[in-house]
Design a protein around this ligand. Structure first.
Ligand SMILES: *Cc1c(COP(=O)(O)O)cnc(C)c1O
Length: 342
């Protein structure tokens, strides 16, 4: 167990958060003359700053307590607030693995926090021997682990994650943006066992709401309180909260789309494997496939000229392209275009 007060930035521990009008009175019925809102219109009222209804539905779905949930303006906010809560700029560090999601690096740079990037091993797994020296370093405050990892598509070994959780004196952010696409379970239950774990998930991928910007953090209630203290008061708009609630109400649509995507992923994988220009299709626990080709830069550009946009990851994994699973028609267009290249 970590002592949270020892690893939070002192200014954040002492911070008096902004008390919004809706903090002081949160009932639904009343004559609201407290927030200088316009009394007319449909989106005229400030949204619930704590997204209680959305959290209640998520709590039911995930079988956890509402106090263990933070809702952010996308996972990007979950990541950014972690830096702001735990890392003194210019002094303390964070750590992640490479290749992985680019936002950890950007967010670290914005917050003036050095990000140590340790290479994953040949199987894209964490090399514990390389991590060990950093676990005891009190200057390292955060470790980002992405599982399933973007762009490699694989899950990280649970035993490695648990080793880090038990031996690290800082916060582990486990990014499970793609967890819905795998048959393995989320590690969300580990928040009851490790008080230094934040599990982040999102409505942007399997729930189909990338435009709505709704990200989630699951952690013990002390960490959630810190997030609530530091976040902008109305960080998730009424439109976004409603969009997420609607998605949760239509769980059948979610499951149907998920099944379609997983089926398409299998078809796409088989079609890709039959192409001579594809040297390897990496196993994937996500909704994308990482493929190795002869010349990724060339193939990427050729596809773009046909208005087919993939993600060139040549700089992260040599000659690799990341392909999101699209609709059957979109996937077919990609395969046809690739066939014409060879
Ligand atoms: C897409 C993605 C997210 C989602 O970010 P949002 O801000 O919630 O849209 C988070 N983490 C990873 C690794 C991703 O690839």
């Amino acid at each position: 167990m970590i002592k949270l007060e020892n690893i939070v930035r002192p200014n954040i521990l002492e911070l008096q958060p902004y008390a919004s009008a809706r903090d002081e009175f949160s009932g639904k019925e009343g004559v609201f003359l407290d927030a200088n809102e316009n009394p007319f219109g449909e989106l005229n009222r400030y949204p619930d700053p704590y997204q209680k209804e959305l959290k209640q539905q998520l709590a039911n779905l995930k079988r956890i307590d509402s106090n263990n949930i933070f809702v952010g303006n996308g996972s990007d906010e979950v990541i950014d607030l972690a830096f702001r809560i735990f890392c003194n700029p210019g002094i303390e560090k964070a750590l992640t693995f490479f290749p992985t999601y680019g936002m950890y690096d950007v967010s670290a740079n914005i917050n003036n926090v050095e990000l140590i990037k340790l290479p994953l091993n040949q199987d894209f797994q964490i090399d514990l021997e390389k991590v060990k020296p950093y676990l005891a370093d009190n200057g390292v405050k955060l470790i980002f682990i992405c599982s399933p990892n973007n762009p490699t598509g694989n899950l990280m070994n649970k035993s490695d994650i648990e080793f880090i959780l038990s031996n690290f004196n800082g916060i582990v952010i486990l990014d499970e943006a793609y967890i819905d696409f795998t048959e393995e379970n989320s590690l969300i239950d580990l928040i009851n066992q490790y008080n230094n774990l934040i599990v982040s998930q999102t409505f942007s991928k399997a729930w189909g709401l990338a435009a709505a910007r709704v990200g989630l953090a699951y952690a013990n209630s002390a960490i959630i309180s810190l997030y609530n203290k530091v976040k902008p008061p109305y960080n998730v708009s009424e439109l976004n909260q409603k969009a997420a609630l609607k998605a949760l109400e239509n769980i059948d649509d979610y499951q149907q789309n998920l099944a379609t995507i997983l089926n398409e992923k299998e078809q796409l994988k088989q079609a890709l494997q039959q192409l001579d220009l594809v040297k390897k299709v990496y196993p994937s626990d996500a909704n994308f496939l990482l493929i190795e080709v002869e010349n990724a830069d060339k193939i990427y550009v050729t596809l773009v000229t046909q208005k087919i946009i993939t993600r060139n990851r040549n700089k992260q994994v040599t000659n690799c392209i990341r392909i999101s699973v699209g609709t059957p028609e979109e996937n077919q267009k990609l395969i046809t275009a690739l066939k014409n290249i060879q």
